[in-house]
Write a protein that binds this ligand. Structure first.
Ligand code: FAD
Length: 466
């Protein structure tokens, strides 16, 4: 046993949800402890997620852009890869950001405790410290921000060549043949990185489309721009068996074109599961849903009103910006404010080449929900900036409610799509009409201008609002 301490608020987990909640609560005057099992703050996002993947995607995009400008008259010599330097660039990026989080904790007197936390009573956590000792933390309120882990498929044996995104981001070697299982955002980002660095990629996806749920026009553009990366793309398909030996990982795929192939690296990117199982939640009676997500209300409270849950462990979408937003709500409620999670929408971005960003209602899904919508599409072939930048394949699409003429969704494909989607998010949150966007002067020539132009396309087809 070790010591015992009391805090106004205990936050379990030092990821985007946890640190946002801890720092906001401290700013509001609470005495806060943040418990994190790893030495480095920042959770999945900073250490093995958003940030390392974006550092490597930046390299991949720069390398491929350099290849593309060869046709335009600027050529470099033969390709040389220095994996050590790449890994240091990745680690340096992570370190700058995680060190910053440590400084922010110190500046607010947020106590960081390194260890694994579990509930022993409804106002007390036991923490197994890194030192081997344990400590008790008593709290008035607690925020569960323990995040999620990659879903491991039972069909795969344990082998160091079969990895999740965490293993893939280590960038140990560049395989010749790589299988990516799951064509969601993470799978496609990893495929982009490894393909740019020289691997041949196969893709297996259980659903009929990659980037499931995303506007089909956008997916079509992505697929045609990325066809060169893939030897085989098996949709509506799955892995039925896998064995590992000295020759590689042999994988049997069932689908329209069944077959057995051998790979040097297999990435499992088929979803993530909430980290809720070993927290002792059943002991204190905190309820989870059937998938293990901690059930919460719009104030991020669990069924025990003094215990909150935020971020990946509290449900989909599992995204850092959602976790941060929920963290602020939970901290404010814990400090006695009347805050609610009342965001209308949460944007999504695949930071691939091209980037795909989408938010709100998708045109192809609106029909089934009985909503009357119309879309306005602006093809980037008509954007001066896009043509001048070799991005005339891109697209900006707005989805507009036919009853109210309000913007209710949007999709962008092309460079900087993720940076631009914020304007559509703001339009949706503010209840803007297409005319609000089209009458806003956008700078020319920019990629962002295509949002204004898509709104003008809409007005052209919908004269009754003019
Ligand atoms: P986490 O970041 O998972 O943090 C939870 C923390 O809790 C961890 O540090 C963990 O060690 C700690 N913990 C867990 N249990 C305990 C315990 N019992 N005791 C003490 N500590 C504990 N999202 C985006 O928005 N944009 C992106 O570009 C993006 N890219 C991604 C790329 C990859 C490869 C991956 C895997 C994810 C990506 N995500 C991205 C998702 C994003 O990382 C998560 O949504 C985000 O990290 C969730 O934050 P969180 O605070 O809920 O949980």
């Amino acid at each position: 046993g070790g010591g015992e301490e009391r805090f106004d608020l205990a936050v379990i987990g030092g990821g985007p949800g946890g640190y946002s909640a801890a720092y906001r609560a401290a700013d509001l005057g609470l005495r806060v402890a943040m418990i994190e099992r790893y030495q480095s703050l920042g959770g999945v996002c900073l250490n093995v997620g958003c940030i390392p993947s974006k550092a490597l995607l930046h390299i991949a995009a720069a390398k491929e852009e350099a290849e593309r400008i060869a046709e335009k008259g600027v050529r470099f010599g033969a390709l040389e890869l220095d994996l050590n330097a790449l890994r240091s660039f990745r680690d340096g990026t992570i370190k700058k950001l995680t060190d910053g989080l440590g400084q922010m904790a110190r500046a607010r007197d947020v106590r960081i405790i390194n260890g694994v936390a579990r509930f022993v009573a409804s106002n007390c956590l036991a923490i197994d410290l890194d030192t081997g000792a344990s400590q008790y933390v008593e709290f008035e309120k607690c925020i569960i921000a323990t995040g999620s882990s990659a879903n491991k498929l039972s069909v795969f044996p344990k082998d160091k060549r079969i990895v999740t995104s965490t293993g893939a981001l280590q960038l140990k070697t560049i395989p010749k043949q790589m299988l990516v299982v799951g064509a969601g955002i993470i799978g496609l980002e990893m495929a982009t990185i490894y393909s740019a660095l020289g691997a041949q990629i196969d893709l297996v996806e259980r659903l009929p489309s990659m980037l499931a749920g995303v506007d089909p026009d956008a997916v079509k553009i992505w697929q045609s721009r990325n066809a060169h990366r893939f030897q085989h793309i098996d949709l509506n398909a799955g892995v039925v068996s896998a064995t590992a030996d000295s020759k590689g990982v042999s994988v049997e795929i069932e689908g329209a074109k069944p077959g057995r192939r051998t790979y040097d690296l297999v990435l499992q990117s088929a979803g993530r599961v909430p980290n809720s199982a070993s927290l002792g939640l059943e002991k204190i009676g905190v309820r989870c849903d059937a998938k293990g997500f901690v059930a919460v209300d719009r104030q991020m409270r669990t069924n025990l009103p003094h215990i909150f849950a935020i971020g990946d462990v509290a449900g989909n979408p599992m995204l850092a910006h959602k976790a941060v937003h929920e963290g602020h709500v939970a901290a404010e409620v814990a400090a006695g404010l009347k805050s609610f999670f009342d965001a209308k929408i949460v944007p999504n971005v695949a930071y691939t080449d091209p980037e795909v960003a989408w938010v709100g209602v998708m045109e192809h899904e609106a029909a089934s929900s009985g909503r009357r919508v119309r879309s306005a599409k602006f093809p980037w072939a008509a954007s001066g900036r896009a043509v001048a930048s070799g991005a005339s394949y891109g697209m900006t699409k707005l989805i507009i409610d036919q009853e109210t003429h309000r913007i209710i969704g949007g999709v962008i494909v092309g460079p900087h799509a993720g940076d631009m989607i914020g304007e559509i998010c703001l339009a949706i949150e503010m209840g803007a009409d297409a005319i609000d966007i089209s009458k806003t002067i956008h700078p020319h020539p920019t990629f962002g201008e295509t949002i204004g132009l898509a709104a003008e396309v809409y007005e052209g087809v919908c004269t009754d609002v003019l």
